[in-house]
Design a protein around this ligand. Sequence first.
Ligand code: AHG
Ligand code: MN
Ligand code: MN
Length: 280
Amino acid sequence: MDAIFNAIQISAKRIKKAIDVKDIGYSQQENSSGETQLELDIQCDMIIEEELSKIDSVHTVSSEEKEHAVKLHEDGKYFISYDPLDGSSLVDVNLSVGSIFGIYKGDFGSQNLVAACYVVYGPRVEMVFAHNKVKLYLLQAGDFEFVKEIRLGEKGKLMAPGGTQQNWEKYHKAMIDGFFAEGYRLRYSGGMVPDLHQILLKGGGLFSYPATSDKPEGKLRRLFEVFPFAFVYEKAGGEAIDGKQRVLDLGHANLHDTSPCFFGSHYEVQRVKEVYSNNA
Ligand code: AHG
Ligand code: MN
Ligand code: MN
């Protein structure tokens, strides 16, 4: 696991450099979710595959930007899924973006997740690694330095409601309006990494990307985005559900499957469970 952690750190430093210098041109290719890839998405994907391929314990990798999984080392025990550059379309407006990693033992699948990690490329580069505990690191003078352990509170103040509101279910809109009426403040950048990071570091709240009429299975991808963040939130003392059940109890039929998702502290997630069990 140390070798993987190290390879992720090296990838993060290389990605930071690529973000700093690279033009944000679109490529001629689409990814498996039908989105046109940026040159930068492809470059970051290659950086991570290259660094993970140096680690013998990594059996297979799968990426949001690759249709199929790639086997690296027959004798390795870890399967790593990653989103090389989440929120990449935000780079050209200079908002924060991130990389997300799920580390699975034996095979991909929510039950096999043993660690998760994400990197935020913002004014500073930070990394959160969740294994037994959830730890925050800051890139300083070329190295990631441990900052602190992260724990979520019982209840927070921030609300990050994703998805196109026009396509929300009525009960979902009523629930979000209810939180705002209770004093919650809107904090949504459109990048799940900084949005979820903010809620984690400020003690709690709710990030949601629900099922909508145009996206009945949500937008966010189980293996590359939803499962890793669910692991981080649960280890930090929070919760992650799809509306009704724990995200980490969900299966997946295909590598690129999506799921509605809600991440937060207990108080807010409890409300989601009540609303969704009465409506959905
Ligand atoms: P990606 O850039 O990897 O394709 O995904 C971005 C994700 C996530 O970061 C964000 O929360 C969500 O897409 C925003 O989606 P909408 O554009 O539908 O709001
Ligand atoms: Mn993404
Ligand atoms: Mn991406």
